[in-house]
Design a protein around this ligand. Structure first.
Ligand code: ADP
Ligand code: MG
Length: 698
């Protein structure tokens, strides 16, 4: 057994009780686990101050000197132990509210100590409350230059396990492992070419660096390794799939496509739309399965790209299907497709949870026989009992609602898996895309249809609605329509309903002559649909809604998006909502209504929204704010990346380097058969040991 696989109880200082606590609270079982439990920060302890230099605004300081006397002061909850400490130049008072007996017993007077803590001013004297106290002889200053701090939990603290304890355990651990005996996990040619620190050295330095620069180097090496193996396994799998999994060959561009393109297309495609369609055509004649992600900002015209790609499938005698994340969206696509394809001999059907009974049987029957050419639907489409005659292409709209596992289900629908086109309007920052969708080829629609005016976004406080209402009135008089969106109240669906219902009544009072639709999550889909249709057809001027309308809804005549309680939305959600307007030729407005008292973060979010319309910029900002873990889609993606050090938001350059390096390695040695690359095969195998092998399901 390798030394790092030893159980924690074999480490001096850790008995069964502590071992159990460490496992329960932090999931640490083995020496290796502990070694990979990295500190969240280091504090530079290389400098000693004189007591006379200390001021209350210093963060952490250390001084060297002796305790001269103890004094117990106050009573009740204020009871405290004060120790007077001097370094021969001046004085510091140390204060303890807890563990007073312990301090009295263990700290000796007139003996050299090093104190470490945060100075504060009490009256005219410098105080340090609960300082770290170390005997000056054992604590060699140059060894202790950078002190690691480890996250602990409440339960650990109660049991007396603090950051300091972990520091000690890891110190002991590193002493027990002979220097140089932690094996290298990256091939030598990569380590030397990229000038990386060796693994043994890096793991030690990540805990106990001699200098800040050494810490940076150690972290760099360990982050690179994490990201490299993620990239290597994604890319190895993607290449394997490309090499072995066959795809339908869509050699023809025939009547459906040409007829539509020359006679029915209501506008000229943008160059970006044309380019993306060309890229997909190339995929679909290659003989391999297409797996392509099309990113395009809201309103960039992804639906048309999807439709035309589907026509290519039809031209080659295959069926196509498109999945949307909500019923509203599915119905909208259904309507759009039916209108666009009207007069062509294409049978388009809708399949959602709402399609029931006889109707459902008819659709299913048509799918099985091949009479239905295009199926539009929601998740219902991937249910096991939906059988296609020959499904050639699947389009997944607004990908972030569909998990990797769901994507995989589609593959089982045919012997040869259908081509897959994934469309997303939530621009994914590059580094995240490389990791989450590293196995997909990516196309970008980086151009909006001509004539769009950038949406004007403003921020107003909720204490002056009169002005807002005047603006709305003005727009409706000009023939436009208005969205009024309220946040979902997660805790109470009833409250939700109350919110939008009250808002609707209130608005009706203010605008007695306008008609108002309302949609929210608690409505029956059929009612939702009716209300939505009234807005789409222009019968109603105002749509009051919760975020059910967030994704994809297309009403080009709507020019105002009012977002109430905008402080309660995340950036990408705000951007999605804003994308509902600005779809026609008219100047559009997005009005973010917030309460007056905003946190700093919220204010910055709102500022970003008013400053830019660029979805990619917003996505980057979103990633910075929230970290990748929170991003919609990462949880549902079904990919559990166990990144301990690397941060997809902050380490973009390392992600890129890892990706490039992995791809160079595989270019040269696709099966990792060369002797110098063996180490990687072993590492990949080791990493997959107790993890779900997610590469098989993407
Ligand atoms: P999204 O990319 O957000 O899904 P849609 O596909 O809903 O955008 O398109 C938004 C609007 O732009 C629709 O009304 C659509 O008909 C229109 N549109 C798409 N492509 C073009 C184009 N090339 N020229 C003009 N309008 C277009
Ligand atoms: Mg769309």
């Amino acid at each position: 057994m390798h030394i790092l696989e030893r159980e924690l109880t074999y480490l001096p200082g850790i008995g069964p009780k502590r071992a159990e606590l460490l496992q329960r609270e932090l999931g640490l079982k083995t020496w290796g686990d502990l070694l990979y439990y990295f500190p969240y920060k280091h504090i530079d302890r290389s400098r000693l101050y004189r007591t006379t230099e200390l001021t209350a605004d210093m963060p952490f300081v250390q001084v060297r000197g002796q305790f001269v006397s103890f004094e117990q002061m106050g009573d009740g909850r204020k009871k405290r132990l004060v120790a007077h400490f001097t370094d021969g130049y001046g004085w510091v008072d140390c204060v303890w509210f807890n563990s007073q007996q312990y301090v009295l017993k263990s700290v000796k007077l007139h003996t050299d100590y090093i104190l470490f803590g945060r100075p504060s001013l009490f009256g005219d004297r410098i105080n340090i409350t609960h300082p770290d106290v170390d005997p000056a002889d054992t604590l060699s200053l140059n060894k202790m230059s950078m002190q690691p701090y480890y996250q602990t939990t409440e339960k650990m603290k109660k049991a007396g396990l603090h950051s300091r304890s972990l520091e000690r355990f890891i110190g002991t651990l590193l002493q027990q492992i002979a220097p140089g005996s932690i094996t290298e996990t990256l091939p030598a040619h990569i380590v030397s070419r990229l000038c990386l620190m060796g693994r043994d050295e890096a793991l030690r330095a990540a805990h106990y660096p001699a200098t800040a620069a050494e810490l940076t180097q150690a972290n760099y090496r360990l982050k690179f390794e994490e990201l490299f193996y993620v990239q290597l396994s994604i890319q190895r799998y993607a290449r394997y799939r490309k090499g072995t999994i066959r795809g339908h060959v869509f050699a023809r561009v025939g009547e459906y496509f040409n007829d539509f393109y020359t006679r029915r297309l209501p506008f000229a495609l943008t160059e970006a739309q044309k380019r993306v369609i060309r890229e997909m055509r190339a995929d679909m004649v290659s003989g391999r399965q297409m797996n392509r992600l099309v990113q395009g900002d809201v309103g960039s015209g992804k639906t048309m790209v999807a439709l035309m790609t589907m026509l290519i499938a039809l031209d080659n005698g295959y069926q196509a299907c498109i999945m949307a994340p909500t019923e509203i969206l599915a119905e909208q696509h259904f309507d759009t497709f039916r209108k666009m394809l009207d007069g062509m001999s294409v049978r388009v059907e809708l399949l959602t949870g709402m399609v029931k009974g006889k109707r459902r049987m008819e659709v299913m029957d048509g799918l099985r026989k091949g009479d239905v050419h295009v199926l539009v639907g929601t998740h219902a489409v991937i249910e096991d009992n939906v059988v296609f005659h020959n499904l050639g292409l699947v389009v997944i709209d607004e990908q972030h609602r569909f998990g990797v596992a769901q994507r995989a289900k589609l593959w089982e629908k045919n012997l040869t898996p259908p081509h897959v086109l994934v469309m997303t309007a939530t621009p994914i920052p590059r580094t995240l895309a490389m990791t989450l969708y590293g196995d997909l080829d990516v196309s970008v629609i980086d151009e909006l249809p001509p004539g769009r005016k950038p949406i004007v976004t403003t921020h107003v406080y909720d204490n002056n609605p009169a002005q807002l209402y005047r603006g709305i009135d003005q727009q409706i008089r000009e023939g436009r329509q208005v969205y009024m969106v309220y946040p979902l109240v997660r805790e109470s669906e009833k409250l939700d309903l109350k919110n939008v219902e009250e808002a609707r009544l209130h608005l009706q009072e203010i605008f007695p002559r306008y008609r108002i639709s309302m949609v929210h999550g608690q409505m029956k889909p059929a009612d939702k649909d009716t209300e939505m249709q009234r807005f789409v057809s222009g019968e109603t001027q105002i749509l009051v809604a919760t975020t059910v309308i967030e994704v994809g809804v297309n009403v080009p005549n709507a020019s105002v998006m009012v977002i109430q309680n905008a402080e309660r939305f995340g950036l990408s959600q705000l951007h999605q909502l804003r994308g509902r307007v600005g779809r026609g030729a008219n100047q559009s407005y997005c009005i973010l209504v917030t309460k007056y008292d905003l946190s700093k973060d919220t204010r910055r979010r709102i500022d970003i929204m008013t400053e830019t319309n660029d979805g990619f910029e917003i996505a980057e900002a979103d990633l910075r704010f929230r970290g990748p873990g929170d991003l919609e889609g990462t949880q549902q993606s079904g990919i559990a990346f166990d990144l301990k050090l690397a941060n997809l938001a902050r380490d973009g350059q390392i992600v890129q380097l890892a990706r490039d390096t992995a791809s160079e390695v595989l270019d040269e040695d696709p099966t990792l058969a060369m002797p110098q690359n063996r180490i990687m095969v072993e590492r990949l195998r080791y990493m997959k040991r107790d993890e779900m092998d997610w590469s098989n399901i993407s």
